[in-house]
Design a protein around this ligand. Structure first.
Ligand SMILES: Nc1ncnc2c1ncn2[C@@H]1O[C@H](COP(=O)(O)OP(=O)(O)O)[C@@H](O)[C@H]1O
Ligand SMILES: [Mg+2]
Length: 472
């Protein structure tokens, strides 16, 4: 059997005290009994809402091979019929196991941070690097103080590439995570006002993102966005962090990985790029200039990690949209066919702008309109009113025909819009569902975007259910 971890190795790495009859090894790591697979080691982590120690018997029933628990909880757990690894602190033990995974790995390790596009870029990397060898990458947005060590502890010995999303809401959060991951390549997708509440302006955000450089291995790379407003600041911070090779992706002349052109081709959109002096061209089927920016970062990583560049470029054609981040659905209201763009996953000024510009380029039917349904962007602190009002700019620039707003903070936007463009404001998505549906006409393209807290995912689900295409 090819174990992820042999029990002995776990005991040694975590300095754990074994209790009961340990299995030879475990096939995976889990911190959630709802997704636990038979043969996994269950780590009883304390989360924001629940303590994993309350679920040890559920883990046992789900088929966990062993459980990692805290010494101080042992008495309260009582007699359990599952082998245990007892440690002082379960999260700390997972970090130690993560360190051991990193130490034994021969994979090329990539860390991705940035204000927007981390998950999208990570998923694109998963697809592109897989053309060259086995890829291990973070699940969903597992990018925080438990998500990163969990992902690293799961790194299989045979992986050729490891891709780690690293996120933050506050200064100082990225530093310990990048030091755990020790990337060969650290990518910053961009810097923008997101979670502004906790920061001293956007420069403060740039400084927090630049912490990612502090964990890069000797001789490793920093890869940053040449077109970003804070490019110079990031370059300086990379130097201060001791990055030996700073490389860039973008559209600007002089970028190491440079997008030269993109456009509609016979099979979707074609692109041409220059990767460190080598001209390449390929196909890429996702709409949106921001995704092409991410693609340049991805091809840059492929180049820097020794992936096969030709295969990487070819794999770009197979990249699909990530759920809630630009997925398109063909739907039908009576006889009227329309397109829904699902951007429900999240929203901030940068991703709103990108999504609005992408909607502006979407192809409508002959009399179709481009409609944006926008909800609150949360966590913007005192800048909230201004940043919501300023959405009028990309809306105008993109030539959006109609805008509906949903929520609270975004209520200020309506007054900043042209009277012909503003369609109305609703407090909740439930209140908007019916009027929105009734306003749709043949050929329309409707894009829904808000912070996750507005639950637009539920609105998308309701609409895709109500307006699913019926066979003729
Ligand atoms: N480079 C980019 N610039 C602007 N917006 C982007 C970029 N990449 C992705 N997005 C958009 O940002 C939103 C969040 O994307 P996601 O990849 O989940 O970011 P993160 O993981 O950083 O939160 C989505 O709407 C996505 O389409
Ligand atoms: Mg994410």
């Amino acid at each position: 059997m090819n174990w992820l971890w042999e029990s002995d190795a776990m005991v040694a790495a975590m300095r754990a005290r074994p209790v009961g009859n340990l299995p030879e090894g475990v096939s995976g790591i889990s911190i959630d009994t709802r997704t636990l697979q038979e043969g996994d080691a269950y780590f009883a982590i304390r989360g924001d809402r629940v303590d994993g120690h309350d679920y040890v018997s559920a883990a046992m029933k789900a088929g966990a091979a062993l459980a990692v628990v805290a010494e101080e909880k042992l008495v309260a757990l009582g007699g359990l019929n599952i082998p245990l690894l007892v440690v002082r602190d379960v999260l700390k033990a997972m970090e130690l196991l993560a360190s051991a995974a990193r130490a034994r790995s021969k994979a090329r390790i990539v860390a991705v941070t940035g204000s927007v596009g981390k998950t999208t870029t990570k998923e694109m990397l998963r697809t592109v690097l897989a053309a060259s060898g086995a890829v291990h990458a973070s699940v969903a947005s597992f990018n925080n103080h438990w998500g990163v060590p969990l992902t690293l502890a799961r790194l299989p010995l045979e992986a050729r590439f490891g891709v780690f999303e690293i996120g933050m809401n506050h200064p100082g959060e990225i530093r310990p995570l990048t030091k755990l991951v020790r990337p060969h390549v650290a990518v910053i997708t961009n810097v923008a006002p997101v979670h502004l509440g906790a920061f001293d302006g956007v420069d403060g955000i740039a400084r927090a993102k630049a912490e990612i450089f502090e964990g890069v291995v000797a001789g490793g790379y920093g890869l940053i966005n040449h077109d970003d407003k804070r490019f110079r600041l990031l370059a300086r911070l990379a130097g201060e962090a001791g990055i030996e090779h700073l490389v860039t992706f973008g559209r600007k002349r002089g970028s190491d990985f440079r997008l030269k052109a993109s456009g509609e081709g016979e099979n979707g959109a074609g692109f041409s790029a220059v990767l460190r002096g080598d001209a390449v061209s390929g196909q890429f089927h996702l709409p949106g200039d921001h995704l092409l920016d991410n693609l340049m970062a991805v091809l840059g990583v492929a180049h820097l990690t020794g992936a096969n560049v030709e295969k990487s470029v070819a794999a770009a054609a197979t990249i699909g949209a990530v759920k809630g981040r630009g997925q398109r659905h063909g739907l039908q209201n009576g006889r009227a066919k329309f397109t829904l763009i699902d951007e429900s996953y999240n929203a901030n000024p940068a991703s709103m702008r990108a999504a609005l510009l992408t909607l502006g380029q979407a192809r409508t039917g002959s009399r179709g309109k481009r409609i944006a349904v926008l909800g609150d962007m949360l966590e913007l602190g005192t800048a909230s009113v201004k940043l919501h009002r300023e959405l009028a700019e990309p809306i105008g620039e993109a030539g959006i025909d109609r805008v509906y707003t949903i929520g609270t903070e975004i209520a200020v936007l309506g007054a900043a819009l042209d009277r012909k463009v503003f369609g109305g404001h609703f407090k909740t998505w439930q209140a908007a569902e019916k009027p929105l549906g009734e306003s749709l006409r043949a050929g329309d393209v409707i894009m829904l975007k808000a912070s996750n807290g507005l639950r637009f995912g539920d609105l998308v689900e309701a609409m895709t259910r109500n307006y699913s295409v019926k066979p003729d």
